[in-house]
Design a binder for this molecule. Structure first.
Ligand SMILES: Cc1cc2nc3c(=O)[nH]c(=O)nc-3n(C[C@H](O)[C@H](O)[C@H](O)COP(=O)(O)OP(=O)(O)OC[C@H]3O[C@@H](n4cnc5c(N)ncnc54)[C@H](O)[C@@H]3O)c2cc1C
Length: 378
């Protein structure tokens, strides 16, 4: 199917396809060891992709929802996720932080926060998630900065670099005000614990818990001033990125199963039917996703709603591919010598990232002219 991609987008896909055979070889090792995909990241760095979502005028590639080519970011995640959804997620989280720096950071801040990335391919983390049994993270304003106490979990990349963007920090004296701060994992009062990261899937996107105990954040590391109107709807803007990871994982599973069936000449009527259904679903889900991503160039609000639809469709397509794909391939295909079982585990865990019902009900509310919030998590 021709998705009418530009020449630059097709070149990007070729560039990633050039990298992915080596990534596929390494994926099993990272998965077994719960280890971050450092060689994959080094490869991405060599291609300039660790600055993908930095504005072109600042030396980046201009990807991302606020960039020149929002679809390019989606395509990059999708094609990485086809071989390793964990590597794709590390790339995604890092570049979402790069994007925020691109928009909010001063020249001095960007230089400082991006130095470890530019110098040795260090990744950036961005975390808002908190354990449900911990008190909310709070920051008290003091002379020269903010003192932060709290715990954040699922901080993908936090053990792979220095800088961690901490979102969803309540101002202690005015909890309705939310702060977005940059902390350095080497600062006093900051502890990053990756021993917790033992999930069934997505093992290589190591996502530690970050503890902040009386951690002093100087004024120069405040990312965005409270009430800045540009600091809005980030989850709404990020839905397309999650959708691309789900579709990439689904395509990785699908392509592998097609090769497996061909090798064994398994082309009976039931199998051809199931395969045809999966191909149609994948193409439809990709069309919707690419349309949603491209729409950020036209109308952000509409694009975020399309992003909700695309995420819902991507998750359902992944579920369908996992279910029907298993029926098609059979149990031997799930032995450890094949990559299938790892991508299934990755898909199962990652699709639980947020509650999928929320994006569907957001779209439904918009359809009825009711109030909706593209940023809603629960
Ligand atoms: C691989 C991976 C990487 C991640 N990386 C990051 C990251 O880099 N940064 C970051 O900030 N976060 C990250 N997250 C965390 C994510 O944002 C969520 O905070 C986390 O997945 C929530 O975990 P949970 O489902 O156990 O928690 P809960 O929110 O407690 O949900 C538990 C279950 O309850 C359901 N539920 C929740 N609320 C309701 C409700 N009101 N009614 C009915 N059911 C409800 C949910 O659907 C879920 O099934 C990552 C998650 C994953 C899986």
């Amino acid at each position: 199917m021709n998705f009418q991609l530009t020449e630059a987008q097709q070149q990007l896909i070729q560039c990633i396809r050039h990298l992915t055979p080596a990534m596929a070889e390494r994926a099993d090792r990272y998965d077994r060891a719960y280890e971050a995909p450092l060689e994959d990241i080094a490869d991405l760095n060599r291609e300039g992709l660790l600055l993908a979502n930095l504005d072109k005028r600042l030396g980046g590639l201009g990807f991302g929802v606020d960039g020149e080519d929002p679809l390019a970011f989606v395509l990059a995640i999708e094609h990485l996720a086809m071989v390793n959804p964990s590597t794709a997620h590390c790339f995604q989280v890092h570049n979402h932080v790069v994007q925020m720096m691109s928009i909010f950071g001063s020249e001095e801040q960007r230089k400082r926060w991006l130095a470890p990335t530019v110098e040795h391919a260090a990744l950036l983390a961005g975390v808002g998630s908190e354990p449900k049994d911990a008190p909310p993270t709070a920051g008290r304003i003091v002379p020269g900065g903010i003192r932060v106490n709290g715990v954040k979990n699922y901080a993908t990349n936090a053990s792979m670099g220095e800088w961690i963007l901490i979102g969803n920090v309540a101002e202690a004296d005015n909890p309705r005000v939310r702060l977005r701060l940059m902390i350095n994992r080497n600062w006093p009062g900051v502890r990053v614990d990756d021993s917790i990261w033992r999930p069934m899937g997505m093992r290589a996107c190591v996502s530690p818990t970050v503890y902040m105990e009386d951690c002093f954040v100087p004024d120069e590391d405040v990312v965005v001033q409270p009430q800045d109107p540009r600091d809005a709807d980030w989850l709404g803007k990020f839905h397309v990125a999650f959708a691309s990871n789900y579709i990439g994982a689904a395509r990785g599973i699908y392509d592998w199963i097609v090769g497996y069936l061909r090798q064994r000449s398994m082309a009976d009527a039931i199998r051809t039917l199931r395969l045809g259904e999966l191909k149609a679903s994948l193409d439809a889900a990709r069309l919707l996703l690419y349309e949603a991503a491209g729409h950020f160039k036209i109308d952000t609000q509409q694009a975020m709603l399309l992003g909700c639809e695309a995420k819902w469709m991507a998750k359902n397509t992944l579920v369908q591919v996992m279910h029907s794909g298993a029926e098609l391939a059979g149990s031997t295909a799930f032995f450890e010598k094949y990559p299938l079982e790892r991508i299934y585990r990755d898909g199962q865990l990652h699709m639980l990232h947020n509650r999928i019902d929320v994006v569907a009900s957001t779209v439904g509310a918009a359809e009825l002219g009711a109030e909706y919030d593209v940023n809603r998590e629960r």
